[in-house]
Write a protein that binds this ligand. Structure first.
Ligand SMILES: Nc1ncnc2c1ncn2[C@@H]1O[C@H](COP(=O)(O)OP(=O)(O)OP(=O)(O)O)[C@@H](O)[C@H]1O
Ligand SMILES: [Mg+2]
Length: 252
């Protein structure tokens, strides 16, 4: 299976298609430790949902951190709208339109829901009330609970706070590491519906998911990572239809 996002070498004058965001051939690890990523490539286009799946410890979170600038890459690059951002710090990437919801510790539990959303907008100097209104429209329960400490909310509601906080920066790319971790299947479905809604507004979604089958159902692009390498890449439907992917990663 070839990568749907591969930059095609073209023979004529046709332009080379550059994805909206790409971490290309990323190799690197933590500090001076061994490499965790080995030539890993992840990309997403505007309004698309790209999903990264793979076994525990495959390097999914590490790939996300690399794309967000939390890892020093030894090889490869990260480009946003064609511009090389490999050397930019995470806050500089936020200023360029990237938002990242990490796998753990993604909210301030002792702060209220609304304070969490306000924290998300700390880089902005313009009026953020309209964005907050949009977040409350997307997640009505957060409006109801806006004065409550975020730590008192259910798992699914906390994830809504985390996603809402990220949306407060008005990102063009929203990166989510396991947004449905620890929630019930019903809450998972609801969160996926909201994520689809966000993508329809033109925001690119790059997310890691352990609910691989359900996530690939809604994925325009899917990446199976194994030991820091791209094992399979395709549309969500292609991966769901692939015998080997099903046998090895989707439980048959
Ligand atoms: N902060 C860190 N410092 C050093 N090594 C780390 C760090 N975080 C992760 N690793 C190592 O990197 C490898 C990949 O971990 P990573 O968290 O990226 O995997 P993952 O695919 O996200 O797994 P999971 O499904 O459990 O979330 C593992 O061997 C892990 O031990
Ligand atoms: Mg992880």
């Amino acid at each position: 299976m070839t990568s749907a996002t591969e930059i095609q070498a073209t023979d004529g004058a046709a332009p080379i298609k550059e994805p909206m965001l790409i971490g290309e051939s990323m190799t690197g690890g933590y500090g001076s430790g061994a490499d965790i990523l080995h030539g890993c490539t992840i990309a997403v286009d505007p309004g698309e949902i790209a999903v990264i799946v793979g076994p525990n410890g495959a390097g999914k979170s590490t790939a996300m951190k690399a794309v967000f600038g939390m890892l020093n890459l030894r090889e490869g690059s990260v480009r946003l709208k064609g511009a090389d951002i490999t050397a930019l710090s995470p806050p500089d990437r936020v200023a360029k339109g990237m938002a990242f919801v990490p796998q753990t510790c993604n909210i301030f539990t002792s702060m209220s829901v609304e304070e969490n959303l306000e924290m998300g907008a700390f880089l902005r100097r313009d009026d953020t009330r309209r964005t907050m209104e949009q977040v409350y429209e997307l997640f009505p329960i957060l409006r109801e609970k806006r004065r409550q400490a975020a730590g008192e909310l259910s798992g699914g509601q906390r994830q809504q706070v985390a996603v809402g906080r990220a949306l407060m920066t008005e990102p063009t790319v929203l990166m989510l590491d396991e947004p449905t971790a620890g929630v019930s299947p019903i809450v998972m479905d609801e969160l996926f519906d909201r994520i689809i809604e966000v993508a329809r507004t033109g925001i690119s979604i790059l997310m890691v998911e352990q609910n691989a089958r359900q996530a690939l159902e809604i994925a325009d692009k899917g990446y199976v990572l194994v030991q820091g390498r791209n094992a399979f890449t395709g549309t969500g439907q292609e991966l769901l239809a692939d015998d080997e992917v099903r046998r090895s990663f989707l439980g048959g």
